[in-house]
Ligand binder design. Structure first.
Ligand code: CA
Length: 226
């Protein structure tokens, strides 16, 4: 289960990621509302832990945007406030549950488990970036009317890139997350799969490209040729 944590207090955000990771979830944090919304919109997460007070776009506004776009990923909202009015505002905006800071990790994980059990009904089955749609069940990648099937590893690599569009994914990160720590993957395998994916993106006439940043890694970018 993939969990996105949107919390601007970095220490708390990182602590939550650690609690989730120790409990066996895949978790990553983003620290402001705008990038939080971008990540959340990718459709790659099974649960979002969302802080109420965020710089830029606050948690309520972010959640309203998300629900307005028909994104139904379960949201656990965190808040320092305890008043009933705030709680109602959060739930009205589309939060599925609510937790007041500070909280015990045991209670937090219990809420996460409860929301995770509900995910079957609401989980999204596609991820989007630029003109691309990736079907998470069939592994078909499409752009407009064209589509192409991705192999298991190609799918994993692209899914990772699509979930990290604000950031660069390092080659090492790619190897660890797609092949695991005990695999026989080398840097050449990562390069080979990136090269297969580039051919496929080209084949379906996508404007999305996988950019190589020297010494850093890879990133998806949308190129409008107008
Ligand atoms: Ca905050």
């Amino acid at each position: 289960m993939n969990v996105l944590v949107i919390e601007d207090e970095r220490k708390l955000a990182d602590a939550i990621v650690r609690i989730l990771t120790d409990a066996g979830y895949n978790a990553e944090a983003t620290y402001d509302g705008q990038s939080g919304l971008t990540y959340a919109e990718s459709g790659l997460y099974d649960l979002i832990v969302l802080d109420r007070m965020l710089p830029g776009m606050d948690g309520i506004e972010l959640l309203r945007n998300l629900r307005h776009e028909k994104n139904s990923t379960p949201v656990l909202m965190l808040t320092a406030r305890t008043s009933t009015e705030d709680k109602v505002e959060g739930l009205d905006a589309g939060a599925d549950d609510y937790l007041t800071k500070p909280f015990e990790s045991a209670e937090f994980l219990a809420r996460v488990r409860a929301l995770g059990r509900r995910q079957g009904a609401v989980i999204l089955d596609e991820a989007n970036f630029g003109d691309l749609t990736l079907d998470l069940n069939t592994h078909d990648l499409s752009c407009g009317t064209k589509s192409v099937h991705l192999s298991g590893k190609e799918f994993e690599v692209l899914k990772l890139l699509m979930s990290s569009t604000q950031r660069v994914v390092s080659k090492q990160d790619l190897l660890t997350r797609v092949w695991g720590t005990d695999g026989e993957a080398s840097e050449n395998s990562a390069e080979a799969y990136i090269s297969f994916l580039r051919k496929k993106l080209n084949h379906i006439n996508s404007k999305v490209q996988i950019t190589t940043l020297r010494m850093l890694g890879y990133r998806l970018e949308m190129f409008d040729q107008e």
